[in-house]
Design a protein around this ligand. Sequence first.
Ligand code: SF4
Ligand code: SF4
Length: 469
Amino acid sequence: MKLDTTGLKSFIDNEKIERLLEEAKNADTQEVRKVLDKALLKKGLNFKDVAILIQNNNQDLIEDMYKTCHRIKQEIYGNRIVLFAPLYVGNECINDCVYCGFRISNTECHRKTLTHEELINETKALENAGHKRLIMVYGEHSKYDADYIAETVKTVYGVKEKNGEIRRANINAAPLDVEGYKIVKAAGIGTYQIFQDTYHQETYEKLHPRGPKSNFLWRLFGLDRAMEGGIDDLGIGALMGLYDWKFEVMGLMMHARHLEETFGVGPHTISFPRIEEACGSEFTKHPINEVSDDDFKKLVAILRLAVPYTGLILTAREDVELRNEVLDLGVSQIDGGSSIGIGEYSQHDEDEYKKSQFILGDHRSLDEVICELAKHGYIPSFCTACYRLGRTGEHFMELSKPGHIKTFCQPNALITFSEYLLDYGSEESKKAGADLIAREILNFPESEIKTELLKKIAELNAGVRDLYF
Ligand code: SF4
Ligand code: SF4
């Protein structure tokens, strides 16, 4: 594949970012409060507003920002949390990202690509745990071309173990060309996720010294090509700790704005993983721009206010305590029961570390995560309704912006959670879940949807599966 970047110009305006961040240092209390009031309108924030929140170090105002986030999260997302799991398909890679255990120069890495049989076994193991939504992860290698990705997605969708099935397979893989995206779209993928990792081009070029990923522009416009190939469900992300997090948050905003202005649809999700130690990577042991827990919470909150309708993904890189804290700030999706060693769901290996991209901070099983969520009043959701009913991209944005999506999301969360409890819940999670569902139904406004919801839950109890609005 030829990486043609002719005529492309970066939409990341370094000068503007630096200027706005500098000017925002002078913002007074009133200006910060004005931005928080504006955020309550749920129409998003502009670059200047975001810079003001980034530079605010007044603890009282930071607490107010968290309260605003909590309110917005409740109004838009209620108490639902969508759950997914990563499925690593292969860790062969021709790039040399200095922070990654899979990079080509890492001789300690155990290279592995799942065979067809192993992929089926991994999917069965995930289905037996109760998963319905996956993010399939691939290194960058000629083996993992668009046809291969499409093939493996079809394999995963084809695995039906007892009542289990994967209903949405999202992809995290190298940027493709337009033709490639058409091929993977035809396989029925959900979101196509590409992290820029750092939006600071100079740093990017230092940390990605060889391989196709060293081409900043090819990656930066990777999701534009996805749009051109017909994929309108996109995920962006930055790896926090490679460069100053303040710059990265502004970079994410510029990327989101670019997609919205160019295609009329912003990203469906934003990810903001923090760098974690990786096998054979000295760089990850002492990241130059390490992000503290406090700054991490702050950046999650700022993203929530800046793009209220975009899904925010928090992964098991973070430990349980921090995960629980930021849930309240507006995270909408988390993974549970994750294993990131290739083939680790079905076959445990003492050397998992050497088959993994980095080290996880949360090792709880899916059921433990679910049980804890339910006890804290969150409804774990495995909903995939929008994607299956074609409510994606522009159509999704039309529905979600006025808040209509809540009409579907809440009942779908209750349905998919009930389904999980019936098929996979432990006694403890069944108990916590039953109490939560009973409370939610009691508080559900009397309406046709409520009648239909109760009917669907009765059908689930009678053995019917895969119900949604
Ligand atoms: Fe390869 Fe991705 Fe790791 Fe870079 S971050 S070495 S592209 S797997
Ligand atoms: Fe997501 Fe749509 Fe389900 Fe809501 S109804 S949780 S937006 S898939």
